[in-house]
Design a protein around this ligand. Structure first.
Ligand code: G4P
Length: 194
C-alpha cells in the first residue's frame, strides 16, 4: 500500500453516492507532506519528459500542481472556472460537465500562457468521469502544445474517466486508484499498481 492509499484509509470518509471526502488533507485542509510526496511521485513517474509547464483546474488541483511545479522549477497554470476582469484578451476555453455536481463548468486560460513549444503535465486531485481532464487536454491542444500526460492523485477506477482518457491515447498516472468503495461497510479496495 502506498502513502496516499494509507492516508485515504486513515483520513478519508466515504459518503453516500460513491463520494470520498478528503477535506482533511487534500480538498480543504492541505497536508503539505502528503502534497510533497505526491509531487515527488508525479515527477518520478514522468521522469525524462522535459516538462515545461504544469496545468490544473481551480480549485482543488492547485495545491498539488503548485508543489510539483515548484520542484520542477516550471510555471504552474490553472484553468479558471469563472470569467474574471483580471483575464483579458484571447483565451483558450472548453466545457466540462460535472456529473458529480450536475453543472457545466466553462473553463479557460489566457492564450498568452500556453505556446506550441510547451510540454504540459496536467495534474488534478480526482479523476471520476474524465470531463475536466478532457477539457484541460482540449485547451492544451488548442494552443498546439503537447500533453505529456496526466498525473492524478485519486482515480475512481469504477467510473469511466480513466478508461476514456487512456482510450484516447493519453498517459494517465494515478497515485491511488479506487476500484470499489462501499458506504455501508466503509470499505475501500485499491487497484494493485507497480
Ligand atoms: P471529472 O472531474 O472526472 O470530470 O468528474 P466529475 O465531473 O464527476 O467531478 C466533478 C468534481 O467533483 C471535481 O471537482 C472532482 O474533483 C470532484 N469529485 C468527483 N468525485 C469525487 C469524490 O469522490 N470525492 C471528492 N472529494 N471530489 C470528487 P471540482 O468541481 O473541479 O471542484 P474542486 O474541488 O476542484 O473545486
Amino acid at each position: 500500500m502506498n502513502f496516499l492509499e494509507s492516508k485515504i484509509l486513515s483520513d478519508g470518509v466515504l459518503k453516500e453516492g460513491n463520494i470520498l471526502k478528503v477535506n482533511g488533507f487534500l480538498n480543504h485542509l492541505i497536508d503539505v507532506d502528503i502534497a510533497d510526496q505526491m509531487a515527488a511521485d508525479f515527477i518520478r513517474r514522468f521522469k525524462g519528459e522535459h516538462i515545461t509547464k504544469i496545468l490544473t483546474i481551480e480549485a482543488s488541483g492547485i495545491s498539488i500542481a503548485m508543489v510539483t511545479a515548484f520542484k520542477l522549477h516550471v510555471p504552474m497554470l490553472f484553468a479558471k472556472k469563472t470569467q474574471s476582469l483580471n483575464v483579458d484578451g484571447e483565451v483558450y476555453a472548453a466545457d466540462a460537465y460535472s456529473f458529480t455536481h450536475k453543472t457545466n463548468n466553462h473553463i479557460f486560460v489566457s492564450s498568452k500562457y500556453l505556446s506550441p513549444d510547451d510540454k504540459v503535465l496536467i495534474i488534478d486531485d480526482f479523476l471520476a468521469n474524465g470531463q475536466a481532464l478532457k477539457a484541460l487536454i482540449n485547451i492544451v491542444e488548442q494552443a498546439g502544445a503537447k500533453v505529456v500526460g496526466c498525473g492524478i492523485a485519486i482515480e475512481k477506477g469504477f467510473q469511466e474517466g480513466g478508461a476514456l482518457v487512456r482510450g484516447l491515447g493519453y498517459r494517465v498516472e494515478s497515485i491511488a486508484i479506487i476500484d470499489e468503495m462501499d458506504y455501508a461497510t466503509q470499505t475501500i479496495k485499491f487497484r494493485e499498481q507497480n
